[in-house]
Design a protein around this ligand. Structure first.
Ligand code: NAD
Length: 495
């Protein structure tokens, strides 16, 4: 069993407390992936100090050179794609084809960030006065606290770490307690590619001990957080005490509408992938199917038939379609929602219990589950479940579908299957979500496009693409007066 450490100022070190925690395989809880330092405030203090010192040099490295390092990061990740994917599947259970995709998203993000080193565009704008030049340029901010969830152990950290350091910031990174091994592989690659000591620091441990200490730290300038809405609210409240810049990417309750004119086979592939891919543990998972009444019976029989054939198992096996839940607590939460759905009067048509059978006895498996007769006000129709549970709601029209889709506190991803261009454009206009897919499932974000949600899915920032660079850099406005005299804005202008 491998013993892992924190990484502070270029050195691998234990937690000051000397305590450790175990990282276990959710498909086989007897298998320990490694032990990790159970860190606390003192470890965070040291990492922040290192990051602050390193910032003074790193901010002066030209952005194209910072980008060159990220290009190397992408190359090393490409060479190690399989190793990272296998480690990820062992520690969080996603099937190997998906963990490879997770690494690929990191590689894409690295190459995008590398190219951004030669852009980081500012603006030049005409002055209202003669012989005066105006521009706005991007400058680094300082020390960034990066706090990430377990469901995309490589992609999500890279969405934050790469733009943060490309913009000239230094970081203190706290990965999820359940996926510390994948995060460690990322830090090793960054160092190998030539990131200087102190620029990237990683501290392992729990949210209350390490995450809190980062958020409260007076010398951390910004927080980039992805996780649950409940924790996001706490972070927002704590960070307001030091007026930190905070980006929150939170929960979702995403829906796929299937209209009566849809290609039903295409819509079926979409909902299966959206609802049961990653065992439903995606912020963008399809948790609700809003099915037009005219195709309801036909589509339901197609859906139940295909869902029954999905095979639960260890994500490293080629025969597995759906892996385990991340841990016992999450599986209990999922089952709690299944019991709740039945109490609320929904009809359980498939699944509804833990996975049993060959190779499943030592993992946190839960059967792919479908509820019908769900009404929009039920809690299973409005709350994030984060597991392989699909709630089906019958709708009579596009308008009703959109109204039901919007009936949650979340607004991350959405999807509509239709062949009617008018319906598609009405959905694009009226659906309240950060992402809308037409004839594609609710999952499938690409690294070079903005990613994020509205309502309680976040606080208005976007990751991915060009937009994330706004979060990790500060605008500085510069006026250069070469007139040789005092020119007063708004006053010395000719009428
Ligand atoms: P979580 O909120 O429990 O934990 C996320 C991270 O925050 C972890 O690293 C955790 O240790 C840390 N944390 C916990 N309490 C903290 C505190 N008080 N202060 C600081 N840090 C703290 O979420 P999770 O279970 O890891 O992930 C699942 C959630 O993440 C779901 O709600 C899912 O929708 C959401 N998610 C959102 C996106 C998105 O981009 N919108 C992407 C992936 C996951």
């Amino acid at each position: 069993m491998k013993k892992y450490q924190n990484f502070i100022n270029g050195k691998w070190v234990d937690a000051k407390s000397g305590q450790t925690f175990e990282d276990r395989n959710p498909a086989n809880w007897d298998e320990v992936v490694g032990t990790f330092p159970k860190s606390g405030k003192e470890d965070v203090d040291e990492a922040v100090k290192a990051a602050r010192t390193a910032f003074e040099k790193w901010r002066l490295v030209p952005a194209p050179q910072r980008g060159n390092i990220l290009k190397k990061v992408g190359d090393i990740m490409t060479a190690r794609k399989e190793k990272i994917a296998r480690t990820m599947t062992r520690e969080m259970g996603k099937v190997i084809v998906e963990t490879r995709g997770d690494v690929q998203e990191g590689i894409d993000t690295a190459y995008y960030a590398a190219s951004e080193g030669r852009r980081l565009f500012g603006h030049t704008v005409p002055s209202e006065l003669p012989n005066k030049f105006n521009m706005a340029i991007r400058v680094p901010i300082g020390v960034a606290g990066i706090i990430t969830p377990w469901n995309f152990p490589m992609a999500i950290p890279t969405w934050k770490v790469f733009p943060a350091i490309l913009c000239g910031n230094t970081i203190v990174f706290k990965p999820a307690h359940d996926t510390p091994a994948t995060a460690t592989l990322l830090v090793e690659i960054l160092m190998e590619a030539g990131v200087p000591e102190g620029v990237v620091n990683i501290i392992h441990g729990g949210g209350a001990d390490v995450g809190n200490a980062i958020v409260d730290h007076p010398d951390v300038d910004l927080i980039s957080f992805t996780g649950s809405t409940a924790v996001g609210k706490k972070i927002s409240a704590s960070a307001s005490q030091t007026l930190k810049r905070v980006s929150l990417e939170l929960g979702g309750k995403n829906a796929q509408i299937v209209m009566d004119d849809a290609d039903l086979n295409l819509a079926l592939d979409g909902v299966l992938w959206g609802a049961f891919g990653t065992t439903g543990q995606r912020c963008t998972a399809t948790s609700r199917l809003l099915l037009h009444e005219k195709v309801y019976d036909k589509f339901m029989s197609m859906l139940v038939d295909r869902t029954q054939k999905l095979r639960l198992g260890d994500g490293l096996l080629a025969t597995t379609d759906v892996g385990p839940c991340i841990h016992e607590g999450q599986r209990k939460t999922v089952h709690g929602y299944v019991e709740l759905g039945q109490q609320e009067g929904a009809r359980l048509v498939l699944g509804g219990s833990v996975g049993a059978g060959n190779g499943l006895s030592k993992g946190w498996f839960y059967q792919p589950t479908i509820f019908t007769d769900v009404t929009p006000e039920m809690r299973i129709a409005k709350e994030e479940i984060f597991g392989p549970v699909l709630s089906v709601i019958r709708v009579k029209s596009l308008e009703e579908g959109i109204t039901v889709l919007n009936n949650t506190i979340y607004g991350l991803s959405s999807s509509i299957y239709t062949k009617d261009v008018n319906s598609a454009f009405k959905a694009i206009r009226d659906v309240k979500a950060g992402i809308t897919y037409i004839n594609a499932p609710t999952i499938g974000a690409e690294a070079h496009m903005p990613f994020g949600g509205v309502k309680q899915t976040g606080n208005g920032h976007r990751e991915g693409g060009w937009t994330v660079y706004d979060f990790f850099s500060e605008w500085k406005t510069v006026y250069i007066d070469y007139s040789g005299g005092l020119q007063r804005a708004q006053i010395d202008i000719e009428e």
